[in-house]
Design a binder for this molecule. Sequence first.
Ligand code: NOJ
Ligand code: CA
Length: 711
Amino acid sequence: MKKLIIPILLILISGSLKAEKLESPSGNFVLTFAVDQGIPTYALDYKEKPVITESKLGLELKDAESLLSNFEVASVNRSTFDETWKPVWGEVSEIRNHYNEMAVNLNQTTSDRKLIVRFRLFDDGLGFRYEFPEQDSLIYFVIKEERTQFAMAGDHTAFWIPGDFDTQEYNYTESKLSEIRGVMTDAVTDNVSQQTFSPTGVQTALMMKTEDGLYINLHEAALVEYSCMHLNLDDENMIFESFLTPDAVGNKGYMQAPCHSPWRTVIASDKAADILMSHITLNLNEPCAYDDTSWITPVKYIGVWWEMITGKSTWAYTDLPSVKLGETDYSKTVPNKTHAANNEHVMEYIDFAAKHGFDAVLVEGWNEGWEDWFGKSKDYVFDFVTPYPDFDVKKLQSYAQSKGVRLMMHHETSGSVRNYERHMDQAYQFMVDNGYNAVKSGYVGNMIPRGETHYGQWLVNHYLYAIKKAGEYEIMVNAHEAVRPTGLCRTYPNLIGNESARGTEYEAFGGNDPDHTTILPFTRLIGGPMDYTPGIFETDISQLNPDNTSKVNTTIARQLALYVTMYSPLQMAADLPENYKKHLDAFQFIKDVPVDWDNTKVLEAEPGDYITYARKEKGTDNWFIGRTNDENARESTISFDFLPAKKKYIATIYSDRKDSHYRDNPKAYQIMKYLVDSKSKLSQYCAPGGGYAISLIEVDDTMSTKKMKKM
Ligand code: NOJ
Ligand code: CA
């Protein structure tokens, strides 16, 4: 009898723990799924090392039995997918989308409800999501919390910013996971949103490195009709758990089956470069929603902007404390002397743009309402169609057009989102009527409807509504302060930019950490391009506004590098024309560098230390290199073996000098020219807070290179 019982018990135990395995196409990743005593779990290995150890899956529902336990596997569907697609714009001209898929169909025995967990395993990592199929026993439901775990195998080094429902505009902290609690308690106590998290709540994309050199990145893809995910860390067991952004009454998502969650992503590799080159976030989004994309074009722009950010000029037309829109006759008010968006000044910017080959000029502060931004009737601050008296839309449009330049629209919503939605059709039509094809939108301040936050489901829905609506008018969108991107630009490529992180503007509000741009490509840019607005040449802000003592923590050479390292199809030359005129030799790089690419290589990369990219311009054989460096002096060593064999290039190197330093000597740079080919190698000094930029122009018969030194 005993002899029989043991095998039966073993069968029962292994039956309940029957693991389903899935391998990535190369076999480097192995995913294990199991139902452990009714609880769905997963684990992920990379080259036989644990990336995610056994972690629970499920959701807690409001006023209904939760989808956390009492599950059994009904069936498992497996498939393989392999296609190559062409993005409308991008870092590369073709992207391979290759994965093995496993859809686990679960039954909840106590409720007869069905839940699918769909896993896609790529050669660069994992994507998985919850799917709620159509069924009688689950129609409408409210998510109380998503309880997806990401259990770490150790106390990794992390590059993180604190959890927050309203902003991502932080410098990053590099620390052990076990140190997050201490840093957070010391540093972010004044952050209101933070109080709703555990003191170990962080935002994604979260970048980590293990002690044995594995790089791990956690984020989400295709955030649609759902709340943005944060991660709370159980720092005794090193287990992250999802923490969704609540709405005004604390709920985390209103759902109607059939529906699904966004993808949760885990990118991992033993090479940091692979994290930067991963296309998981894009691949997990739906293909392009538009048949005709000819109206979507990458843009390089300047703007009537930095002068307001630094406090040299104002957005507002008058110095009146608070005037209610519609009740002030601006034509009868006295303009201040600092309103930058005036006809004459905008025309100077248009002239500068035309002379130096820029596509567009952004003008902020062109429309009525800035005086009343924080006034009582915040719901109605802006109508997006009424210019101040000194901004003549028609005249400026035809002037810009005559010079081959576009004006770029600005919609500051002041967080008053229903007001924006009410005016949106009219505002976009106004753009079409006046020749605008791109808008920079912004969501500064607390949200209205009151109690909603920047990253909740309500706002997530709004941002996408604005992008789709813009699409109907063939308008491109660059949204600031919106939720962090999750690859939606694949489906809606008119989303050509987002801010959603601490951009260059903070260099005028106290400064960004010198290593900030060595981290952003590993975190914020995993979701999509950023309108970082680089190109500041005057690093001493008091030169623009004597009352502003902020210093830009960078050398000029590094500002050039950012056009290559901070990938975006929308790039701004953010400084004032007068500052560029002082350094026209360095400015040449900003003029030459393209905003769209056929190919990209990561030459060197370490989060928090340095990144060096080489990119091939779309449609030409020219290459551009950018290197961003942290606060330490470093030597960069690169090979040009990515160039086609036997072809010669003129390399113009814009670099730091030996005496450059982001603090004491930021404006020292040098420009050297060499002849290079695929056998050339370069060892280049990078100053603290520095870097370098290189343009590589293919030599043709018209160029005389006799006197040029070979590298
Ligand atoms: C914050 C944005 O990031 C900045 O670029 C813009 O100028 C201001 N809001 C005003 O809208
Ligand atoms: Ca901002």
